[in-house]
Write a protein that binds this ligand. Sequence first.
Ligand code: NAD
Length: 448
Amino acid sequence: MGGRPRRESDRPPLDYLVMASITVIGAGYVGLTTAVCFAELGHDVTALDTDAQKIATLQDGRPTIFEPGLPEMMHRVVAAGRLRFTTKHAEAIPSAEYVFIAVGTPPARRGEADLIFVRQAAKSIAENMVRPLTVVDKSTVPIGTGDTVDRIIRENQKSEIPFRVVANPEFQREGSAVHDFMHPDRLVIGAHDPAAAQDVAALYAKLGAPVLITDLYGAEMIKYASNAYLAARISFINEIARICERVDTDVKVVAQGMGMDQRIGPLFLEAGIGYGGSCFPKDVKALARMAESMGYHPELLDAVIEINTDQRKLIVEKLREVLGGLRDQIVGVLGLSFKPNTDDIREAPALEVIQNLLQRGAIVRAFDPAAMPVARQQLNSITYCEDPYAVAAGADALVLVTEWDEFRRLDLQRIKTSMRRPVIIDGRNIYDPKRMRELGFVYRGVGR
Ligand code: NAD
């Protein structure tokens, strides 16, 4: 560990409001929300990103992600002079007391976390720091990465300036990231030096949130373990759903009954097309591969991954069975983002389902309330429609992939009359099977 910028006696108690100078490296989903929310709490914040286009858009006052509540808050803190955006490390690092690393940690070839951006961020901190500071890792990283960051900074500093490394993993959910930052269930903050962790906790004091201070490795592990557990609940209920289909009962009722048990709880027990997004798939794999590299074979984690992969294929298989083949069938896909209220399509089940449908010769059209502009950049072999009704008109089947609220409120009678064949595969179990059959649909959910 590097040295500490403050003496023990200078350390503020948690209830003392600290206004600090904070730089956030990486202005993506996590970094931008973190920067905006820290500025909202009163801190002086600089958001740094190497993506010049992203920074230009942000400097222009336009948020680069779709996130409820973010635009208003961003305009407010920028106008108040507490948040600025830059691509220049030399502008962002020297003045910072705290530098948060919020860069991506994408999967490498075998599923292990690729730390290239974290390493680059650490090096840039070392090369530009001119006074003692605290480096706080917010990215989701393998256990021990804090030590790697520490080493990279020490090896690349121009002169020996004290610094500390803290892990403060992020638990915000896309679609409610601002709310989650402002009302966290808990803050997890870990460091070899508990005083450093306490100082980082003080940055959040205004939130009055429960704080768990732990060691560096504990904090890093809590993030992976939490995501792996949530993913495991989803794969678990999807396995139960497969059994439910065979014994002819409804997994939704089964999950409801299970969730009423306080030891189990109702959340993350929704059977469907499986988990997606930029976190669960990569984090479960990264944890499994990390365990393997340490000589442990993670049987349960591997099963979680396998069930999830198969779940996406099963949906297409169901559709093939109902239609009696997929070649030249017009299939409408409702929802592209990996979950509602976001435009994020990273590891979105919809992309895999669409690729699978195209490979089998289907003609695909789609609608998503937010994700179509991003999807267009990656996927140009499908037709994008202006609304769900245009997707349904003349289609042989609809596959509901993302449970956006607007899909719950559809005029299903209108949908049915406009379709060539009234087939709906409900990948998120949002419709009532009985009502759908009464309306004349051929309806298939997951585990019902
Ligand atoms: P993202 O890809 O949206 O953003 C990362 C940003 O970092 C990009 O804008 C990129 O240009 C920038 N960047 C990369 N290297 C840089 C460098 N050296 N200097 C400056 N900028 C650099 O990623 P994200 O979704 O915000 O995720 C960031 C981390 O947070 C990941 O480790 C992720 O697992 C974790 N996380 C994400 C979420 C989520 O909901 N997205 C939630 C919790 C944790």
